[in-house]
Write a new protein. Sequence first.
Length: 406
Amino acid sequence: MHVLFVEPAFPANQRDFVRALHQVGAAVTGIGESPLTALPEETRRRLVHYEQVRSVVDTQALYDAVRRCQERSWVDRLECTVEAHVEPTAKVREACEIPGISTRTAFLCRDKPAMKEVLREAGVPCAQSTGTGDENEAIDFAKRVGYPLVVKPRDAAGASGTHRCNDEAELRRALDASNVGRGAEVTIEEWIEGHEGFYDTICANGEVLHDFVCHYFPGVLEAMRTRWISPQIVMTNRIDSAPDYAEVRELGKRVIEVLGITTAATHMEWFFGPKGLKFSEIGCRPPGVRVWDFYGKGNDIDCYVEWAKAIVQGRTDARCSRRLSAGMVALRPDRDGRIDGYEGREVLERYRDFVIDSHLPPPGTPTQGVEKGYLANAWVRMAHPDFDRVRTMLNEVGETLRVRAR
């Protein structure tokens, strides 16, 4: 099978998708923005061809590159794994008559209001929401639904550009910050109280081959706005044994069916609280922050290879072991500036048997803002057979290991 893979250079784990496709026997052509020489030699050796384009989100440039590849040889698949690449890749895929995720599915997985409208019509429980570029429409929606509300870009990923609004004054400020009235459109949603988590899958032909459930501690918006918090993402290994997860899995599979997701990785956010289980949003791509690394550790699989099997073979011969629960804690510098050093590093030695890996940037490294995400500064990943024990260890690391800046 000949697979065209969009942007093998960045971020760094894109190379693992190339590795996995090559490992399962595919011939891989890369399409990216960097010159071929910018790719690591190991990645270059795994490519049969490479096309450089000015931008992989420039649909015409991507289309022209794919057509050049089709003139050279038969193309079986055109794949991408980055959120911003999903829609342009789908458009080119359809124009070039290559099987895969449709433009409709890609659009619905990017446009939050359209996504929720389709899912509500199918009976999937969602927050009330609307999309608008008009301030008056936004205020009218708020009067109907009530506060608090969430304002975010229509195609947002994670907490980027997201605002919680507790009253009209805050809503107007959020709309102004989002450039509403100056050409931008936003999603406005009912605020859903409760615990936040995500459900991830690897699918082939609409069938879920592998699935995983993670929990956020605390929710993403609070984590991305509060410096003193050392936020965690923790994968449970109780997904098959604890009955509460059955509802999450059924919700996820229903969303995949309604949106027409066929062969792809998915990443679906959910809330559970006083109003029950609610769908939040889904991406037709793998989760961020290298979560697949500890999925593999906890389940004795290589998620990249399992994804490649889905693409190339349409099936898998592996099963998730659910042997370990695993997770990460993000460690924030006490201020912006440059890292000066660390306190409490002995906690890592105490738990060395359970540490998967860690990233502690050396002194002198410039810090990044809290809003940059879970991998922006220091972090530690850990695993243990018991979910509660993982939580306890991550809590202790977050409370003990301090990143000092100056």
